[in-house]
Design a protein around this ligand. Structure first.
Ligand code: NOJ
Length: 555
């Protein structure tokens, strides 16, 4: 049986930054609804919204205070229903981000848990330790310890893998598991088509009495270490998630369950998505992208420096994922998201390369996830104030730019290119400064545009990146690229060439990763050009690709 989501083409919308409809500088649900014709024109068939629930926005919505209500800055329940129905009318599916590993500390459960140690909600969270002694040396992903003193002063601590305002839920507690299922089903009952399960791989933790055994502690300031093996992909994740997923599939068999599995390797991804395991349909891994360490300046902190991609590792990883998941599930295919710099700032050296990399990625077997603005070739913003990064390390670095031998402007430029926050800027709908058609007032996140990409200009230009993406997605929707087999052709490391076959239909996707002109031997029957990025020439048994170019050829 084929499910709709096997052929999903997902467009990721950061709701705060897509379209402001009520002039408060924050994007909202009605804004998204207004822009559906644009998304139809692009050719996507699914949208995924980053979190839209009531939240103090410590982590831009990943800190949920009320799972049953829309954050008023983004709209109302009525707006949400109108959006779902408008999407469905034009054949677009809707996915919501579902944060199930933690809540906000402003969530009623946590408020009750901390004010009353005897409340049933105490065990909704992870409280441990005594006499003001932390239970272990584990470090949080956002810096510092995972343990924060109980605000009620009991001498205990509560556990948070992310910000200290985002306490982790205790999935060991069956009541928590029931509550989370109830919330998921509440939203599915409103008509949404699936959920992205945020950070689900972290719901199980090892024995909390166990410190991570290390000779030298990584973070000298607070004596902590990010002890991932103790809180990522533990077997109980699958045990607790299975009934959750089974219930959902029983009630909503067509719901797409897409898991964010940042550190999952390919075998775990197969475990999480094998049909007879009754867990997820697909996962997003962060393992696709290994940084190229060669150009990192050892005298500066690595986190604030732009890093290219290790292409050898990338090629290997892609092929392994394509092969391993070939008979199991649809891999996700993506270049960027809200947690990393944009493709055009991070990896693509030229506009041609941004196109050929999109071709390379999305014509493979799997589900494309396009990050809003990527289809315009949008770059990271340039921030002019260090506070915009909302990141202590970045702020420290910029404040002390001179100590690193840089001017403040140089430091801002460097971090703007390397950081995730400047990738979350407002969508530029027009060329009109200062707010580019996003809002009538200053947007919630401001920076300088780095390449003047905008929707209005690109819609009108047949050679624009937008129109390239349209062609690419219409090709992606053909049976060959949806269902054909995939295999990599043996070429040198400076190109990525693969074949897709379906019955008598066959195509080769050939992409140069090189700044030099490339010659690639190809079977002579593949001479019909289906899509181009940059320039190429075809001889009898040879394809010549100009720097960073790509082409799709069929028989
Ligand atoms: C993963 C999300 O993508 C990221 O933006 C967020 O900070 C963490 N999960 C915590 O929810």
């Amino acid at each position: 049986m084929t499910h709709w989501y096997e052929h999903a083409i997902i467009y990721q919308i950061y709701p705060k930054s897509f379209q402001d409809s009520n002039d408060d500088g924050i994007g909202d649900l009605n804004g998204i609804r207004q822009r559906l014709p644009y998304l139809q024109q692009l050719g996507i068939n699914t949208i995924w919204l980053n979190p839209i629930f009531v939240s103090p926005q410590v982590d831009n919505g990943y800190d949920v205070a009320d799972y049953f209500k829309i954050d008023p800055r983004m709209g109302t329940m009525k707006d949400m229903k109108a959006l779902i129905s408008a999407c469905h009318q034009v054949g677009i599916h809707v996915l919501l981000d579902f944060v199930l590993n933690h809540t906000s500390d402003q969530n009623e459960w946590f408020k009750k848990a901390k004010s009353d140690p005897h409340s049933q909600y105490r065990d909704y969270y992870i409280f441990a330790g005594a006499n003001n002694q932390r239970p272990n040396n584990w470090g949080s992903f956002f810096g510092g310890s995972v343990w924060e003193p109980d605000p009620a002063g009991t001498g205990q601590f509560y556990f948070h893998l992310f910000d200290k305002h985002m306490p982790d839920l205790n999935w060991r507690n069956p009541k928590v598991r029931q509550e989370m299922l109830k919330i998921a089903e509440f939203w599915l009952a409103q008509g949404i088509d699936g959920l992205r399960l945020d950070a689900f791989i972290h719901i199980a933790k090892a024995d909390l009495r166990q410190s991570f055994p290390v000779k030298e502690i990584a973070n000298e300031n607070d004596q902590t270490i990010v002890a991932e093996p103790f809180f990522a992909n533990l077997p109980q994740v699958q045990k607790w998630l299975r009934p959750f997923c089974e219930e959902i599939k029983k009630d909503y068999p067509e719901a797409l369950l897409l898991g964010e599995a940042a550190s999952a390797n390919v075998n775990l991804a197969a475990d999480y998505t094998a049909k007879d395991h009754h867990l997820l349909d697909s996962v997003v891994t962060f393992r696709y992208f290994k940084d190229d360490q060669r150009h990192i300046d050892p005298n500066l902190p690595a986190a604030v420096q732009p890093k290219g991609l290790d292409w050898d590792a990338f090629k290997k990883t892609q092929v392994i994922w394509q092969q391993t998941l070939g008979q199991v599930s649809q891999p996700t295919l993506y270049w960027s998201n809200h947690d990393m710099p944009r493709l055009a700032s991070r990896i693509a050296k030229t506009e041609t390369q941004a196109r050929s990399l999109a071709m390379l990625m999305y014509l493979q077997r799997g589900i494309p996830i396009i990050y809003y603005g990527e289809e315009l070739g949008l770059k990271n913003l340039l921030f002019t104030a260090k506070e915009e990064f909302n990141d202590q390390e970045a702020e420290r670095f910029i404040t002390k730019a001179a100590d690193w031998g840089l001017t403040k402007a140089e430091a801002l430029k460097m971090v703007s290119q390397a950081h995730k926050m400047p990738a979350r800027g407002p969508m530029p709908w027009t060329a009109k400064k200062p707010n580019y058609g996003f809002s009538k007032v200053s947007p919630w996140l401001e920076g300088q545009s780095q390449n003047n990409a905008n929707v209005q200009a690109e819609l009108d230009d047949p050679d624009s990146m937008f129109n390239f993406y349209r062609q690419l997605l219409s090709l992606k929707k053909t049976a060959l690229f949806q269902s054909g087999s995939f295999y990599l052709l043996a070429t040198a490391n400076d190109s990525y060439v693969y074949q897709r076959d379906l019955a008598n239909d066959s195509a080769i996707v050939a992409v140069s990763l090189s700044s030099q002109k490339l010659r690639i031997k190809l079977p002579s029957e593949y001479r019909k050009v289906m899509l181009t990025a940059g320039q190429h020439y075809l001889n009898k048994d040879e394809l010549i690709l100009m720097p960073y170019s790509g082409v799709v050829l069929s028989k």
